[in-house]
Design a binder for this molecule. Structure first.
Ligand SMILES: NC(=O)c1ccc[n+]([C@@H]2O[C@H](COP(=O)([O-])OP(=O)(O)OC[C@H]3O[C@@H](n4cnc5c(N)ncnc54)[C@H](OP(=O)(O)O)[C@@H]3O)[C@@H](O)[C@H]2O)c1
Length: 318
């Protein structure tokens, strides 16, 4: 048996309970990971509440299909399914489990060909649970290359802090927009300039960008339009007011200009190896807010739901 956080229905954080359930067994092509650290991210909180409602088409119409949430994990491989290559017993690994979740537990099984990589030697487990924010950021920052210019709005969340670093790794010039309490962070992560949205109008700086990324779902295409170059792209993490980003991305997709994008990450196996390399080189680091023991999972969800965290909230499983 193992200790795991279990959900039987959608709802607020306290529908979760910590219980003893059977340990999963690695199937062909899977590794079983003894989880040391996990996170509570916005995907977990949105899935628990089934918000937006249509997400139920993927996660279960009446009840959640997955019994345990938790997308990010870092831990040790303790069982190998048939045919696994590239990983061995005792390997320290990190990754995400975007389809079935399951990291809020002492063990989970994931595909060895999925979003999984070895933890660089310099990092402990608590500092390796960086996958979710980086994975969402990558779908947008991969549009950037050497010499391009981007503005990242909301550069203090899990996706925003990852975006700054991935954009710099791609050679872009980065202007980051954060609130007063986060001034200083973006430049430590490599940003070329930081703007304070509480003190100045970031849309009136008189500069234009190849990419404007709303990494926290708090601005809009229409507000940011003056910042875009002629062929510039606006990308957002959220659907926008009244689903505006969804509608605009569908419209611009039809016209072929792709001016507004609502990227949904593809399952990029190679990305996690690249992320591990960037962390080993010191070019990517997680930004961590606080940690909770697994038993305090309800408190962790309540905190993350406030939308005020700085980077990542860690769950210490072991
Ligand atoms: N539906 C899903 O499954 C899903 C999954 C992942 C992410 N997302 C979306 O992606 C977005 C980012 O996720 P995340 O995990 O990176 O977010 P997060 O970590 O929760 O972001 C919180 C950060 O945003 C800042 N912030 C709050 N209001 C702001 C504003 N008006 N302008 C600029 N910054 C503001 C906060 O700092 P200050 O308040 O001090 O500025 C805080 O540091 C979220 O909006 C989330 O809805 C959705």
């Amino acid at each position: 048996m193992m200790k795991a956080v279990v959900i039987d229905r959608y709802g607020p954080p306290d529908v979760q309970s910590v219980r003893a359930i059977p340990r999963p067994l690695a199937r062909a092509g899977e590794v079983r990971v003894q989880v040391h650290a996990a996170t509570v991210g916005r995907t977990d909180t949105a899935t628990l509440r089934a918000h937006p409602f249509f997400m139920r088409a993927a996660t279960g119409v009446f009840r959640p299909k997955m019994k345990t949430l938790g997308m990010d994990f870092a831990g040790v491989v303790d069982q190998l399914g048939d045919g696994v290559t590239g990983f061995g017993l005792g390997d320290r690994v990190f990754g995400i489990s975007p389809d079935v979740f399951g990291a809020h537990a002492e063990y989970l099984c994931v595909s060895a060909k999925g979003a999984l990589a070895h933890i660089p030697d310099i990092l402990d487990f608590d500092h390796a649970v960086v996958g979710e924010g980086a994975w969402y950021a990558e779908e947008t920052t991969k549009l950037l290359s050497e010499g391009t210019r981007c503005l990242i709005y909301g550069a203090s969340g899990a996706i925003g802090t990852a975006s700054v670093q991935l954009a710099k790794a791609n050679g872009a010039h980065v202007v980051a927009v954060v609130g007063t309490r986060h001034i200083g962070w973006p430049e430590r992560l490599g940003a070329d300039r930081t703007l304070n949205y509480e003190a100045e109008d970031f849309t009136a700086i008189g500069e234009t960008f190849d990419l404007v990324f709303d990494a926290v779902g708090k601005t809009s295409y229409f507000e940011c339009r003056p910042l875009l170059k002629k062929n510039g792209v606006f990308s957002a993490t959220d659907l926008g007011a009244g689903g505006s980003n969804l509608l605009l991305s569908a419209w611009y997709g039809l016209t072929g200009s792709k001016r507004v994008q609502l990227p949904f990450p593809a399952d990029t196996q190679g990305f996690f190896q690249r992320l591990a390399n960037l962390m080993a080189d010191g070019r990517f680091q997680g930004v961590f807010d606080r940690s909770y023991p697994l038993d305090d999972i309800v408190e962790a969800f309540r905190y993350v739901e406030q939308g005020q965290k700085t980077g990542i909230v860690v769950i210490k499983v072991r």
